[in-house]
Design a protein around this ligand. Structure first.
Ligand code: FE
Length: 349
């Protein structure tokens, strides 16, 4: 039995024995996390030292966490949920797994475009780090000015060169949702069709595979999140250094709407028993101290306004001062189903 299921069964048994939900005064926080970085550990220890609130952490991947929450329902011990990408956060939100909160601290610290759309009840999910979705290209085949925008991925000039992971992957769904928001439905769908027409191969693999596809010559251009590039830059393996020597990075739309950024984010669980602790933890994540750990653990950028973190790998790829898109990530929730239907129509696998 995994520690995850043992933990949740104990929690359910404890609640049943009491005949009532666990008391809210407990100095405890049950955290379901899709992030598992060493640096996150140090951050959680500091939270416990400064607040006296003990963190019980349950690790699983994004899909595993959502499945658990659904299965546990109202008996779920989860207080805070950490997921990666606005598309996943929006989907979990649409399934009723979160609850809205109001926090003046979070309102002040995190830009509104990196959070769920606010309602009268408050905000459900909040971003705590950002990552950019960039274009990598082969400078031997493609000029920098031909990959200066996402729109150019549909330009016939790039025929037979474009590689991406599945169009339905959350990273692509989120990007496409903001492209469609900017261009409108008709031009947005035409753009998706143009990208499909330019593909070097049917979508497959993850972002790292697309970067390697460019290095091997199979692809001329590809889409990837920045931290995958940073991992290869930081790698000491000769084969990784060879990959980086063959590719360049473009931060698209610098002259227009800015490069698409997504988030890793958190929300308070719908049935949180330790709600106050959960809000306190969310606010802690926005502190400069926690932001440093949260963003650097995966070579990401802080979400807090005006906060910068030095990361040599980010500098190497030209990402230390780029213009980011400001389309609210709340539109990902709004456009997700529509974009999926467009992908089906244009045959984007
Ligand atoms: Fe990823």
């Amino acid at each position: 039995m995994t520690s995850f299921s043992r933990f949740s069964m104990l929690a359910i048994a404890a609640a049943a024995a009491l005949g009532a939900p666990a008391q809210a005064q407990d100095k405890v926080l049950n955290l379901y996390s899709a992030r598992h970085y060493q640096t996150d550990e140090a951050m959680y220890d500091t939270f416990t030292r400064t607040t006296g609130i003990k963190i019980n952490r349950v690790d699983a991947d994004d899909a595993g966490i959502v499945a658990r929450l659904r299965a546990e329902g109202a008996a779920s011990p989860a207080d805070v949920i950490l997921l990666v990408d606005a598309a996943r956060l929006a989907s979990a939100d649409a399934q009723g797994l979160f609850q809205p909160i109001k926090s003046a601290k979070l309102d002040a610290a995190i830009p509104a475009n990196l959070r769920a759309t606010a309602t009268a009840e408050g905000v459900t999910w909040t971003g705590f780090s950002t990552r950019a979705r960039v274009i990598v290209y082969d400078p031997a085949r493609v000029k920098a000015e031909d990959v200066a925008t996402y729109e150019q991925l549909a330009d016939p000039k790039l025929k037979g060169m474009v590689c991406t992971r599945s169009g339905s992957h959350p990273y692509n769904l989120s990007l496409f949702a903001t492209v469609v928001e900017r261009l409108g439905d008709q031009k947005g769908e035409a753009w998706l069709k143009g990208v499909v027409d330019n593909m070097a191969r049917a979508p497959k693999g993850g972002d790292t595979d697309q970067i390697k596809g460019v290095a091997s010559g199979e692809c001329g251009v590809a889409l990837t999140n920045t931290y995958y590039v940073a991992r290869i830059i930081k790698s000491t393996k000769p084969e990784d250094q060879a990959v980086m020597s063959k590719v360049r990075v473009s931060f698209p739309n610098q002259g227009t709407s800015g490069t698409h950024v997504n988030i890793a984010g958190a929300a308070v669980a719908r049935y949180a028993k330790n709600r106050d602790n959960a809000v306190q933890f969310m606010e802690f994540l926005s502190s400069p101290f926690a932001q440093d750990y949260f963003a650097n653990g995966n070579n990401e950028f802080p979400a807090v306004k005006g906060l910068k973190i030095d990361n040599p790998a980010i500098k190497t790829m030209g990402g230390d001062n780029f213009k980011a898109e400001t389309v609210p990530l709340g539109v990902v929730a709004k456009n997700m189903t529509k974009v999926q239907q467009m992908l089906d129509r244009v045959g984007y696998k």
